[in-house]
Design a protein around this ligand. Structure first.
Ligand code: B12
Ligand code: SF4
Length: 451
């Protein structure tokens, strides 16, 4: 990869060593691509290195720094890989300024400030589309929220709805698609897919999720205008010249209610493309099958729906405000309209019993059987619960265990039994069952699919 400028953005790796044994589809880092696009619009050339896509480990990334000597390195951080980002920063051999951000940054900045490096560290909490380039350009309006007098210093910046750098009108943000290296991406169904973000923020507050509304109160939920989404779709079609036949909308919650479902139908209608997106069970509560048939006609082939659990007791605990009846009703309606569903399940919530887990498994089987009746696709994707910084479950856990130093590691046992690497990590087993029992539920649920 040619290095064009003095800013390098890194999509941080999930594994310490460079891995060559996974061939799962990799989704591009849209947040970093928006930051890169704004830098470009300001005349600052930058490179985006996707370490997940290139299967680079800590060593290769540090070597890349030495080869390219960027003045600024922006890197995202997640609960899952915070120890790797620390290692990258501490092992870096060049003089640079690290700018660190992403969803987990707001809960980790104290820890980040203590990392052992001679380089300056800036942490940005919130959406950095505009602030990142302002900092690179030394804009006087970028005022730090907190500073730690180390040599060199550590600085914290916050972008919330009150900040002049807050991307209030997300319809106006333009994404330069050259930063999405792996687009178009060929997915398992053979579609050549491009990726878009149509909204930011989620209205729900699930207790296991870092995108929950109650954790992001300083931010506003924003939606792009239908016209700006249509323009992006037209741009994708012209750029890839017929080489894309599907769109994946990566928003937390693209289909959230009856209005958004009707609008999505209008946006994609006549685009000639197939599309997939996230939805919530409750997004469909006022919807009839006729409206869903219109959605199918607009090209909607598959929806991603977080069911999470088949136990009412667990659903209440994790603040997932749907119930089993609603889940079944929704799945039947969506299947009846000819739309496939990829359903997500989580096993191993704190205190979860074998009985709870059996209910989840039985529900997954029942949902699969509905799909069979309607002759549509159903895929189950099951995960072992992980503790993410700042989530309600994490905070509750902290209250009970004053010393809570979570470390998430690749879960090789689960990867071996599920044949999936990128999403099997473990931060421990908080449930009431043995590791073996928990892993078996994940394994057998993952096998449930119609075709
Ligand atoms: C799409 C998505 C993905 C995609 C793309 C990931 C990526 N690298 O961007 C895929 C499927 C690959 C993915 C992977 C993972 N994800 Co994910 N993902 C999401 C999701 C649903 C939307 C993210 C998005 O594109 N939003 C739209 C863009 C515009 O916003 P954004 O990404 O937040 O970026 C803005 C700001 O955060 C900030 N920012 C982002 N990066 C950086 C970097 C710097 C340097 C700075 C300064 C600022 C900054 O500025 C951006 C522009 O405004 C979020 C949920 C959410 N709402 O955050 C979860 C979420 C971010 N993912 C999460 C996790 C844990 C992961 C994984 C670690 C899971 C795993 N495998 O173990 C991996 C990370 C691997 C990696 N390095 O990519 C968690 C993070 C929680 C946490 N405490 O760590 C979230 C919050 C979901 C959750 N369950 O809670 N993810
Ligand atoms: S899990 Fe989905 S619905 Fe729940 S808060 Fe997170 S993004 Fe929203």
């Amino acid at each position: 990869m040619d290095f064009k400028g003095n800013v390098l953005l890194v999509n941080s790796p999930l594994f310490r060593e460079s891995q060559h044994d996974y061939d799962e589809n990799v989704i591009p880092p849209m947040g970093l691509a928006y930051i890169a696009s704004n830098l470009k619009d300001n005349g600052i050339y930058c490179n985006l290195l996707d370490a997940v896509y290139h299967k680079m480990g800590v060593k290769e990334i540090c070597q890349y720094f030495s080869k390219t000597t960027p003045s600024f390195v922006g890197i995202n951080i997640f609960t899952t890989n915070m120890h790797l980002v620390k290692e990258i920063v501490e092992k870096c051999q060049i003089r640079t300024t690290f700018i660190i951000g992403g969803q987990a940054a707001k809960f980790l900045y104290h820890e980040i400030f203590n990392w052992n490096t001679k380089n300056k560290i800036i942490v940005i909490i919130g959406e950095a589309d505009f602030l990142f380039s302002a900092l690179v350009q030394d804009n006087d309006n970028a005022i730090s929220f907190e500073e730690e007098r180390k040599n060199p210093p550590r600085e914290l910046f916050k972008v919330d709805a009150k900040s002049p750098f807050f991307p209030r009108e997300i319809s106006d943000l333009h994404l330069h698609r050259e930063f999405l290296e792996n687009e178009p991406s060929k997915n398992k169904n053979g579609y050549k897919e491009a990726f878009i973000i149509a909204s930011r923020g989620c209205k729900y507050s699930c207790a296991f999720c870092a995108a929950a509304k109650n954790l992001n109160k300083d931010n506003l939920i924003r939606r792009r205008s239908a016209q700006s989404i249509k323009n992006e779709i037209a741009e994708i079609q012209s750029l890839y010249n017929g080489n894309v036949n599907a769109i994946r909308v990566l928003d937390d919650l693209f289909l959230r209610d009856i209005q958004s479902i009707k609008l999505a139908g209008k946006i994609f209608n006549k685009s000639g493309l197939s599309w997939r997106s996230m939805a919530h069970v409750l997004s469909f509560k006022d919807i009839n099958v006729a409206t869903l048939c219109d959605l199918r006609k607009s090209g909607c082939i598959e929806l991603f729906i977080g069911v999470e659990s088949g136990s009412e007791e667990i659903l209440k605990k994790i603040k997932k405000f749907h119930n089993i009846i609603k889940i079944k009703e929704t799945f039947k309606k969506v299947f009846q309209a000819g739309i496939s569903i990829k359903a997500y399940f989580i096993y191993g919530f704190p205190g979860e019993t074998e009985n709870n887990m059996s209910k989840t498994f039985e529900l997954a089987i029942e949902l699969k059987n509905y799909a069979k009746v309607f002759g549509v696709g159903f895929r189950a994707s099951a995960f072992k619960f992980r503790l993410y910084h700042g989530t309600k479950i994490y905070n509750d856990f902290l209250l009970k265990n004053s010393m809570c130093n979570i470390k998430i590691m690749p879960d090789n046992t689960l990867s071996n039994i599920t044949g999936r690497n990128l999403f099997n990590f473990t931060s421990g087993n908080y449930s009431a069952v043995s590791d073996d029992c928990l892993n078996k539920f994940v394994e057998k649920t993952n096998l449930l699919k119609t075709f």
